[in-house]
Design a protein around this ligand. Sequence first.
Ligand code: SF4
Length: 257
Amino acid sequence: MAKKSTKAAKALKKAKKGKAARVKPAKARAKADDKALHGKTKPWSPAEVEEAFRRFQEAMPEPKGELHHVNPFTLLVAVVLSAQATDAGVNKATPALFALADTPEKMAALGEDRVRELVKTIGLFRTKAKNVIGLSHKLIAEHGGRVPNTREALQELPGVGRKTANVVLNIAFGHPTMAVDTHIFRIGNRTGLAPGKDPLAVELKLLEAIPEKYMMHAHHWLILHGRYICLARRPLCEKCVIADLCKWPGKTVLTTG
Ligand code: SF4
């Protein structure tokens, strides 16, 4: 606790000397987010993008997704279950589900009622249970019980959109994809790294801006950055490794206002 307040005091001292981002009240931060959403932040130079990802890599050389899974099929199911829900919430329900069914065949045999019961703590569980059974049947009928490794085939499965397909392609098959979730959408716009009106626009800009050598892990670095540092309401700019590169005019070093 004492360590934390010393850190905050140091950050404030630095900010007062103009050596860090200045403190902004909540209203100014909201205005800055609005401005960023309309693409009015300064663009990043290729050297700045390179530097940002060099730092992410240095801080976390092997980032990992946080969804519990044991094979590509359970990863696919976990990602389908995670739509509009937290990874932590999904992880509470899936160990029991995957202990009973870790293949499409076992999942189909388990049946929709049982799956619904097992995932009932997750939001939209009725639709999700239906999709999990639907995709299991389709995998058995059309893909020999295996998870396909192309975006087109994945997106034909019930409950699987572009973002889910990108996550599965990246984590299960090592494709350098960029799955834009709410965190990455916010970071792309807020920082000025990849402004865009919808997730697809942000995804395409990130794919264009990020050097290829960082693409395999870029999606994880950005998600974790958004989940733990660049928070929606009160980003922790004082702990941010890219604070000097970020173009957001609402940067703050203290959580005031
Ligand atoms: S946490 Fe970092 S990336 Fe997010 S707004 Fe603050 S300085 Fe920018």
